[in-house]
Design a protein around this ligand. Sequence first.
Ligand SMILES: C[S@@+](CC[C@H](N)C(=O)[O-])C[C@H]1O[C@@H](n2cnc3c(N)ncnc32)[C@H](O)[C@@H]1O
Length: 496
Amino acid sequence: MAEAREAGPEAAGDGAAEERVAVIGATVPTGFEVTAAAEVQEKLGSASRISRDRGKIYFEVPARSLPEVHRLRSVDNLFVVVEEFKDYQFKETKEDALKDLEDLVKKLPWADPLKIWELNNSLKKKKTKRKKQNLQRTASKEKLDDGGEEEKDHRAAGGQEDCAPNTAGAEPAADQSAEEMQGEASQNEEDDNEQSEAKNKLHASSGAETKAGDDNKDEGDAKVLKFRVTCNRAGDKHSFTSNEAARDFGGAVQEHFQWKADMTNFDVEVLLNIHNNEVVVGIALTEESLHRRNITHFGPTTLRSTLAYGMLRLCDPQPTDIIVDPMCGTGAIPIEGAMEWPGCYHIAGDNNPQAVKRAASNICSLLKKNENKESSASLGAPLDIIQWDICNLPLRTGSVDVIVTDMPFGKRIGSKKKNWDLYPACLMEMGRICTPGTGRAVLLTQDKKCFAKALSRLGHIWRKNHTVWVNVGGLHAAVYLLKRTWERVEEKRSFW
Ligand SMILES: C[S@@+](CC[C@H](N)C(=O)[O-])C[C@H]1O[C@@H](n2cnc3c(N)ncnc32)[C@H](O)[C@@H]1O
């Protein structure tokens, strides 16, 4: 309780709070932990520790760097670490193990992490206020333009969601989120692990002295902090479920702080991450995953922007590079590329006119969103979208530096059977347009067998340098970094 009072609203403007060092935990696309750590090192100068729990990294930063932390491109969700136990000894029986978790609550050092959380809130409030103003301006402009996108799926409105109030339900863990986006599987591969999130189901009275929400909901108890606990558990040696852990840990949190439990309209989300014997308690700093930054018009297999960033980063884009996504779908990769590497020229295409339309709409929405910002994106995007067939690209031989694409897995898009013809044809045509000797390609697929066969046939054009194993929507997929050999490829036909 004492800690809750310490985390009073004055912390937001507290200079000392800004100097505090925060241990930040970040969920990242599984497989891209090293890439995310490299980004943290480059942009924040902090070394990261990669967790045994795949898909997470930890790093320390001064609290004043929180805005930069939120601008990281590889991270899905952020939290401030309250305490980490590398080798937590769970008692054998369920009752004992849960009792220990309950008892843990009052021993944890909550005060500093809660100050970081408050500071984070004050930054968010400023940002939301700016965004609301920008949106109002854009909305009134739109009325004048009568522009309207022709097609918006149910998430399109949510595309402006980073301006939306605190939504119901926690953001799923990184992998679950990918599943929703990629939609290619319904079952997580780690069947024996319980990675679902669970929320404590408590209804309690109030009493704490702070309130973090930025709206006027529930004015009557405006000073009551509402919270929920989300537990992610993986490992087969626990005697309890994530639901039980969240319920009992949540009960103790409520008792300790006298906060009010609210599953949907919460101010504080306490995270309890249990991975075998590793236990991390944290407080969420993001309300929704940061991977949703660019896309407003979703398709059946839209890639997360964070994964797109990781793929682009793997091929080390250089200023003036020409980067092509020949199967761009809704444009997640080229849009991320154009935003993050504006010194490169990005070309993208797809054979499906619907996909091309969606990609174009995504670019328009993003440009509109950035209209009022003083960013390079407000000047336009170095990106063109074309309808084409990957087997017959209207690009000159050897004219492209980098290819980054997310190939049809043969589940939602195309079929495994079609891939046997498509993959070798793709590799051949990509080999033709790519500069011999220096060109590189980063290709994502889950159809690894077909890809390996196609690559073995085209080994004279492409050399495999590196493979990153990723979890895309619960599917075990691979990202291949290929280097173009010096071998020339004959032009079989030409637009030129
Ligand atoms: C896995 S999806 C790409 C999803 C994309 N990364 C996104 O974020 O939406 C594969 C894409 O390849 C496209 N495709 C399939 N065969 C193609 C071909 N022969 N030429 C061009 N695009 C093709 C599909 O239309 C689909 O949009």
